[in-house]
Design a protein around this ligand. Structure first.
Ligand code: ATP
Length: 461
């Protein structure tokens, strides 16, 4: 067994609980060198062990038998330090370690790509295997982990069952995006492994719906794949989605859960990651914390698409310029329109609902007006759409007619049949996890929220 010592986060936790940290002396700290400054007889190492955002300062002097060697340890080296923990109230950090021994576990040579200077995000993307050791990515990936936990806690605490929907699917029309085909024999993909066409899933929704009709409340949270050749800052070809589905729930119930979930996730991250969030607020996207607190403070406004169109028409009449100023009922709103509604009209989070059927997916519930569907997008200031959901069509004949317009509807016969065997009013929604993380951290590019991003033309690592 390796002696693991104490983590820096345990020291900070002890401090906040008012424990006497010096009782645990001597301590053993293991981590990676961020900086090493020294003079003739004394040196200062900044060590980060990854257990929390903050590092710890290690003070060493020429009483160490390997003092000279320690002065040459470079940024990136992995060290084990034993020493006395000394409280330093009033200093930049509340405690430091006075080293009695410093052992080199793994050297880092001079060509270590992360030096003390600030590196651009583009440069760091090229060294995705090392960037978690930077402040920015230490913050991003810890928040990613905490946010994933928030999602699970929210749904599990509210009685949802977590379902692992498959990554490989035989469904032809999951209703969104371009698919990746799965083959082992590129010569004959259709008679391949499964004896039929197989794809990577673009959404777990259809599979998870059947579980809602058994468990009542369910969610899936896993990877999805879209072969979109969109080279934007917001599209990845592999990303994670959260898709809850609820039986006995209409569109209003759906919106309640969306609002509850989003607020829970935001307050969870603000509460659990104060150092990371302060870092984002200071160095990545000033105003992020205030933006998030505003979402927490507001009741989300609920507005019909038709009324949204009226506001946009009014705006154009009053001289507001959109890139696309041809506003008409039936149009698919662009992000500039969505942002205008949430930022200028309601000045807060907004549910825009009851969209024209023609621009929404086949499985959405047709409203009594015969031309709109019970679909909803949740729009937030600074972002636009962050969640999309709908009440599902539960009428067998109506769904069948809609499905007939899809490619290869036979592959979804099982889905249609759910309406025949104990169907009920049910609703659900989808949150792009990586987009949610972008919103919460203020990181502007999806490539900087995923450990190893996969995007059009890029499959490094
Ligand atoms: P967009 O219009 O941005 O391409 P979409 O309308 O196709 O997205 P949906 O099919 O509604 O997206 O998917 C649900 C959620 O998944 C979206 O709200 C978004 O958060 C996320 N999402 C969709 N496509 C991508 C992608 N390529 N990369 C990352 N997240 C995505």
């Amino acid at each position: 067994m390796q002696d693991k010592g104490i983590s820096i986060s345990a020291l900070y936790q002890g401090l906040s609980k008012g424990e006497d940290l010096t009782l645990n002396n001597p301590v053993l700290i293991q981590g990676w060198v961020r900086t090493n400054r020294n003079s003739k007889a004394i040196g200062f190492l900044e060590i980060n062990d990854g257990s929390c955002f903050k590092g710890i300062q290690v003070v060493y002097d020429d009483k160490l038998e390997n003092f000279d060697a320690v002065t040459h340890y470079l940024t990136g080296a992995c060290l084990s330090v034993r020493g006395e923990l000394v409280l330093t109230p009033g200093m930049k950090q509340p405690f430091e370690v006075h080293a009695s021994s410093v052992t080199l576990l793994g050297d880092a040579s001079e060509d270590y790509p992360l030096q003390k200077k600030r590196h651009s995000l583009e440069y760091l993307r090229e060294i995705a295997h090392l960037r978690p050791r930077t402040n920015t990515f230490s913050a991003v990936f810890r928040v990613r982990s905490v946010l994933a936990r928030a999602i699970h806690e929210y749904f599990m605490d509210n009685g949802f069952v977590y379902v692992h929907t498959p990554c490989i699917t035989g469904n032809d029309a999951e209703g969104a995006g371009q698919v990746f085909t799965v083959v082992t024999d590129a010569e004959d993909p259709y008679k391949d492994f499964y004896g039929k066409k197989a794809s990577l899933t673009v959404s777990g929704q259809l599979h998870v719906e059947s579980f809602a009709l058994a468990f009542g409340k369910v969610y899936t949270f896993g990877p999805t794949f879209r072969a979109e050749k969109s080279n934007t800052t917001r599209h990845a070809s592999e990303f994670w989605m959260i898709e809850p589905e609820m039986a006995f729930a209409d569109l209003d119930d759906d919106m309640d859960v969306m609002e509850g979930c989003l607020k829970y996730c935001i307050s969870y991250v603000l509460d659990k990651c104060p150092d990371e969030m302060e870092f984002f607020d200071k160095f990545v996207a000033p105003g992020t914390i205030e933006k998030l607190k505003n979402v927490l403070a507001k009741d989300f406004v609920r507005l019909d698409y038709t009324d949204g169109i009226k506001y946009l028409e009014e705006a154009v009449k009053n001289g507001h310029k959109f890139d696309n100023s041809k506003i008409e009922w039936g149009m698919d709103l662009q992000s500039e329109h969505e942002k205008y509604l949430t930022e200028e009209v309601v000045k807060g989070p907004l549910f825009l609902k009851n969209y024209p059927a023609a621009i929404k997916a086949f499985y959405m519930k047709l409203n009594p007006d015969g031309k709109t569907v019970a679909a909803v997008d949740c729009l937030v200031p600074g972002e636009g759409e962050i969640i999309g959901g709908s009440q599902r069509e539960d009428d067998y004949e109506k769904l069948k007619a809609k499905m007939a317009t899809q490619e290869n509807p036979e592959s979804l016969e099982w889905y249609l049949n759910l309406r025949k065997w104990g169907g009920c009013v049910h609703s659900g929604f989808g949150i792009g996890f990586d987009r949610l993380l972008m919103y919460i951290t203020g990181m502007a590019n999806i490539r900087d929220t995923e450990p190893y991003p996969r995007t059009f033309g890029n499959l490094k690592y």
